[in-house]
Ligand binder design. Sequence first.
Ligand SMILES: [Zn+2]
Length: 217
Amino acid sequence: MCLASQIHLKKYDVATASVISTQPTPDEALKRLVDGNEAFVADEPLPSDLSRERRLTLAEGQQPFATLVGCSDSRVGPEQLFGVGLGELFIVQAAGNNVDTAGMGSIEYSVAVLKVPLIVVLGHDKCGAVAAAADVVTKDTRFPGSIARMIEPIVPAAQRSVDEDKLVDTAVEKNVRRMVERLQKFSELMLIEPQGRGELKVVGAVYELATGRVRWL
Ligand SMILES: [Zn+2]
Protein backbone atom coordinates (compact mmCIF):
# COMPACT_ATOMS: atom_id res chain seq x y z
CA MET A 1 0.00 0.00 0.00
CA CYS A 2 1.46 3.38 -0.94
CA LEU A 3 2.04 6.14 1.59
CA ALA A 4 -0.74 8.35 0.26
CA SER A 5 -3.34 5.61 0.45
CA GLN A 6 -2.22 4.70 3.99
CA ILE A 7 -2.67 8.30 5.11
CA HIS A 8 -6.06 8.38 3.39
CA LEU A 9 -7.03 5.11 5.05
CA LYS A 10 -6.00 6.40 8.47
CA LYS A 11 -8.06 9.55 8.00
CA TYR A 12 -11.03 7.37 7.16
CA ASP A 13 -10.36 5.15 10.15
CA VAL A 14 -10.08 8.10 12.52
CA ALA A 15 -13.32 9.54 11.12
CA THR A 16 -15.13 6.29 11.81
CA ALA A 17 -13.34 5.72 15.13
CA SER A 18 -12.49 2.24 13.96
CA VAL A 19 -8.75 2.21 14.67
CA ILE A 20 -7.88 -0.80 16.75
CA SER A 21 -4.27 -0.47 17.82
CA THR A 22 -2.30 -3.65 18.20
CA GLN A 23 0.87 -1.77 19.03
CA PRO A 24 2.75 -2.51 22.27
CA THR A 25 3.13 0.22 24.89
CA PRO A 26 6.30 2.33 24.72
CA ASP A 27 7.83 0.37 27.60
CA GLU A 28 6.94 -3.00 26.04
CA ALA A 29 8.52 -1.88 22.76
CA LEU A 30 11.65 -0.73 24.60
CA LYS A 31 11.88 -4.06 26.47
CA ARG A 32 11.84 -5.94 23.15
CA LEU A 33 14.83 -3.93 21.97
CA VAL A 34 16.66 -4.30 25.30
CA ASP A 35 16.10 -8.07 25.32
CA GLY A 36 17.07 -8.39 21.66
CA ASN A 37 20.33 -6.54 22.20
CA GLU A 38 21.19 -8.56 25.30
CA ALA A 39 20.79 -11.75 23.26
CA PHE A 40 22.98 -10.24 20.51
CA VAL A 41 25.70 -9.33 23.05
CA ALA A 42 25.56 -12.90 24.43
CA ASP A 43 26.19 -14.26 20.89
CA GLU A 44 22.74 -15.82 20.96
CA PRO A 45 20.80 -13.49 18.62
CA LEU A 46 17.04 -13.90 18.63
CA PRO A 47 15.70 -15.65 15.53
CA SER A 48 14.08 -13.10 13.22
CA ASP A 49 11.14 -14.01 11.02
CA LEU A 50 12.28 -13.85 7.38
CA SER A 51 9.79 -16.39 6.10
CA ARG A 52 7.66 -16.25 2.96
CA GLU A 53 4.54 -16.12 5.14
CA ARG A 54 5.90 -13.07 6.92
CA ARG A 55 6.61 -11.36 3.58
CA LEU A 56 3.10 -12.05 2.37
CA THR A 57 1.63 -10.65 5.59
CA LEU A 58 3.78 -7.54 5.34
CA ALA A 59 2.80 -7.01 1.71
CA GLU A 60 -0.65 -6.15 3.08
CA GLY A 61 0.69 -3.45 5.41
CA GLN A 62 3.31 -2.63 7.99
CA GLN A 63 3.12 -2.01 11.72
CA PRO A 64 6.67 -1.50 13.00
CA PHE A 65 6.89 -1.28 16.78
CA ALA A 66 9.73 1.25 16.91
CA THR A 67 11.32 4.01 14.84
CA LEU A 68 15.10 3.95 14.82
CA VAL A 69 17.09 7.10 14.10
CA GLY A 70 20.63 5.91 13.48
CA CYS A 71 23.94 6.39 11.70
CA SER A 72 24.68 5.07 8.21
CA ASP A 73 27.79 3.31 9.55
CA SER A 74 27.93 -0.24 8.13
CA ARG A 75 28.91 -1.63 11.54
CA VAL A 76 25.66 -0.48 13.16
CA GLY A 77 22.94 -2.61 11.58
CA PRO A 78 19.84 -1.85 13.67
CA GLU A 79 17.91 -5.02 12.86
CA GLN A 80 20.88 -7.24 13.64
CA LEU A 81 21.94 -5.63 16.90
CA PHE A 82 18.36 -5.66 18.22
CA GLY A 83 17.50 -9.10 16.81
CA VAL A 84 14.38 -8.03 14.92
CA GLY A 85 13.07 -9.10 11.52
CA LEU A 86 11.22 -7.71 8.53
CA GLY A 87 8.61 -5.07 9.23
CA GLU A 88 9.56 -4.42 12.85
CA LEU A 89 11.73 -1.29 12.73
CA PHE A 90 11.02 1.92 10.84
CA ILE A 91 14.53 3.21 10.14
CA VAL A 92 15.79 6.73 9.46
CA GLN A 93 19.51 6.62 8.76
CA ALA A 94 22.12 9.24 7.93
CA ALA A 95 25.74 9.74 8.96
CA GLY A 96 25.98 10.96 12.56
CA ASN A 97 22.30 10.09 13.15
CA ASN A 98 21.39 13.44 11.63
CA VAL A 99 17.76 14.16 10.84
CA ASP A 100 17.06 16.48 7.92
CA THR A 101 13.63 17.50 6.63
CA ALA A 102 13.05 14.18 4.89
CA GLY A 103 14.14 12.32 8.01
CA MET A 104 11.86 14.36 10.25
CA GLY A 105 8.96 13.79 7.87
CA SER A 106 9.67 10.07 8.00
CA ILE A 107 9.62 10.13 11.81
CA GLU A 108 6.37 12.10 11.86
CA TYR A 109 4.82 9.65 9.40
CA SER A 110 5.81 6.68 11.55
CA VAL A 111 4.09 8.21 14.58
CA ALA A 112 1.07 9.88 12.97
CA VAL A 113 0.16 7.09 10.55
CA LEU A 114 1.82 3.90 11.75
CA LYS A 115 1.26 4.74 15.45
CA VAL A 116 4.77 3.70 16.43
CA PRO A 117 5.02 3.89 20.25
CA LEU A 118 8.81 4.29 20.53
CA ILE A 119 11.53 6.37 18.88
CA VAL A 120 15.14 5.40 19.56
CA VAL A 121 17.96 7.79 18.65
CA LEU A 122 21.04 5.60 18.35
CA GLY A 123 24.59 6.95 18.18
CA HIS A 124 27.72 4.83 18.30
CA ASP A 125 31.30 5.11 19.47
CA LYS A 126 34.04 5.98 16.95
CA CYS A 127 31.45 7.70 14.73
CA GLY A 128 33.21 9.15 11.69
CA ALA A 129 30.71 11.96 11.22
CA VAL A 130 31.10 13.07 14.84
CA ALA A 131 34.89 12.78 14.56
CA ALA A 132 34.70 15.02 11.47
CA ALA A 133 32.65 17.58 13.44
CA ALA A 134 35.32 17.45 16.15
CA ASP A 135 37.98 18.15 13.50
CA VAL A 136 35.99 21.17 12.33
CA VAL A 137 36.01 22.51 15.88
CA THR A 138 39.59 21.67 16.90
CA LYS A 139 41.48 21.92 13.60
CA ASP A 140 39.23 24.12 11.47
CA THR A 141 39.12 21.27 8.96
CA ARG A 142 37.10 21.90 5.78
CA PHE A 143 35.20 19.12 4.03
CA PRO A 144 34.19 19.10 0.37
CA GLY A 145 30.74 19.03 -1.20
CA SER A 146 27.70 18.16 0.86
CA ILE A 147 29.84 16.48 3.53
CA ALA A 148 30.38 19.88 5.16
CA ARG A 149 26.65 20.59 5.35
CA MET A 150 26.01 17.06 6.61
CA ILE A 151 28.41 17.63 9.50
CA GLU A 152 27.09 21.10 10.44
CA PRO A 153 24.26 19.89 12.75
CA ILE A 154 26.80 17.87 14.78
CA VAL A 155 29.21 20.78 15.32
CA PRO A 156 27.37 22.19 18.41
CA ALA A 157 27.75 18.83 20.20
CA ALA A 158 31.45 18.80 19.32
CA GLN A 159 31.88 22.39 20.51
CA ARG A 160 30.37 21.55 23.88
CA SER A 161 32.68 18.54 24.26
CA VAL A 162 35.92 20.23 23.29
CA ASP A 163 37.32 20.26 26.86
CA GLU A 164 36.61 16.57 27.46
CA ASP A 165 39.31 13.86 27.39
CA LYS A 166 37.31 11.70 25.04
CA LEU A 167 36.04 14.41 22.75
CA VAL A 168 34.44 12.20 20.10
CA ASP A 169 32.74 9.80 22.54
CA THR A 170 31.40 12.71 24.60
CA ALA A 171 30.20 14.48 21.45
CA VAL A 172 28.47 11.28 20.28
CA GLU A 173 26.43 11.21 23.49
CA LYS A 174 25.68 14.94 23.40
CA ASN A 175 24.64 14.66 19.76
CA VAL A 176 22.17 11.89 20.66
CA ARG A 177 20.83 13.88 23.61
CA ARG A 178 20.32 16.95 21.42
CA MET A 179 18.24 14.93 18.94
CA VAL A 180 16.22 13.31 21.74
CA GLU A 181 15.52 16.75 23.21
CA ARG A 182 14.49 18.07 19.79
CA LEU A 183 12.03 15.22 19.35
CA GLN A 184 10.73 15.53 22.91
CA LYS A 185 10.33 19.30 23.13
CA PHE A 186 10.91 21.13 19.87
CA SER A 187 9.10 19.10 17.25
CA GLU A 188 5.63 19.18 15.69
CA LEU A 189 2.50 18.62 17.77
CA MET A 190 2.02 15.28 16.06
CA LEU A 191 5.08 14.12 18.03
CA ILE A 192 4.57 16.19 21.19
CA GLU A 193 0.95 15.26 21.86
CA PRO A 194 1.30 11.45 21.86
CA GLN A 195 4.21 11.83 24.29
CA GLY A 196 1.96 13.88 26.57
CA ARG A 197 -0.64 11.10 26.42
CA GLY A 198 1.97 8.42 27.23
CA GLU A 199 1.51 6.77 23.83
CA LEU A 200 4.99 7.62 22.58
CA LYS A 201 8.41 7.60 24.16
CA VAL A 202 11.68 9.00 22.77
CA VAL A 203 14.89 7.51 24.15
CA GLY A 204 18.57 7.89 23.33
CA ALA A 205 21.23 5.22 23.24
CA VAL A 206 24.84 4.65 22.20
CA TYR A 207 26.01 1.45 20.52
CA GLU A 208 29.46 0.13 21.41
CA LEU A 209 31.07 -1.38 18.33
CA ALA A 210 33.35 -3.86 20.08
CA THR A 211 30.97 -5.22 22.73
CA GLY A 212 27.78 -5.02 20.66
CA ARG A 213 26.09 -3.48 23.67
CA VAL A 214 23.55 -0.70 23.42
CA ARG A 215 24.01 1.70 26.33
CA TRP A 216 20.69 3.41 27.08
CA LEU A 217 20.92 7.04 28.09
ZN1 LIG B 1 28.49 7.06 12.72
